[in-house]
Write a protein that binds this ligand. Structure first.
Ligand SMILES: Nc1ncnc2c1ncn2[C@@H]1O[C@H](COP(=O)(O)OP(=O)(O)OP(=O)(O)O)[C@@H](O)[C@H]1O
Ligand SMILES: [Mg+2]
Length: 206
């Protein structure tokens, strides 16, 4: 389904610099950008996010279905209307996070993940996705400097975070046209410069 705006998503392990880089990109793109995040982005979806982040005993399948439910509402209520109004939408995590977290980390069959992503989004695919690639130990170190940052997922063993990274690398390999892999060990300035150059290349190829 064609839309008129531009749908940009940011992905990467915890502490990779998604929030930092979204702010940097937004500063260049100007005031008319819509920011949102997953899970979340609408009142219903934010309530689902709370369940997701604060429940200690939750199966991966429950996680997957909650995220799909939150996403369905988010796409319908927020993302599609903004794109239809020709806006730039920047989303902090989207469908690739489900592949990485519930698929590669959680072990759910990737075919099920892709089907559910497709159902929840009604086939909406980001125009361009930036995966900020970082060894998870560096991301976790960065986050530890910020105590307010820690939630359920951050407390998981490093092995889980490594699988998430592996998932993201697989996504980048499978869809090189849409997905831009950025070395997030670089300085924030260098990450921004690389990312913005790739965004401009995308615009001129449109
Ligand atoms: N390129 C960088 N080099 C060093 N530190 C960085 C870099 N980018 C961000 N940081 C710092 O690392 C921490 C995590 O960054 P940020 O919150 O942007 O990551 P995130 O990917 O949004 O994390 P989360 O997944 O938890 O939302 C922050 O303290 C930030 O200032
Ligand atoms: Mg963030």
């Amino acid at each position: 389904m064609a839309h008129r705006g531009i749908f940009i998503t940011f992905e990467g392990v915890e502490g990779a610099g998604k929030t930092t880089q979204i702010q940097r990109l937004a500063a260049v793109l100007g005031p008319d950008v819509v920011f949102t995040r997953e899970p979340g982005g609408t009142p219903v979806s934010e309530r689902i996010r709370d369940i997701f982040l604060t429940s200690d005993r939750i199966t991966t399948m429950t996680e997957l279905l909650l995220i799909a439910a939150a996403r369905a509402q988010h796409v319908d209520e927020r993302i599609r209307p903004a794109l239809a109004a020709n806006q730039i939408v920047i989303c902090d995590r989207f469908t690739d996070a489900t592949v990485a977290y519930q698929g590669y980390r959680g072990g759910i069959d990737l075919e099920i993940i892709h089907q559910l992503n497709d159902v929840a989004t009604g086939g909406l695919i980001p125009d361009i996705t930036f995966i900020l690639d970082l060894p998870p130990e560096i991301g976790l170190q960065r986050q530890q400097q910020d105590e307010t940052h820690r939630d359920r997922l951050d407390k998981e063993p490093l092995e889980f975070h490594r699988r998430v990274r592996e998932g993201y690398l697989a996504v980048a390999k499978a869809e090189p046209h849409r997905v831009k892999l950025i070395d997030a060990t670089q300085s924030p300035d260098a990450v921004h410069a690389e990312l913005f150059a790739k965004y401009q290349a995308y615009l001129s190829s449109k």
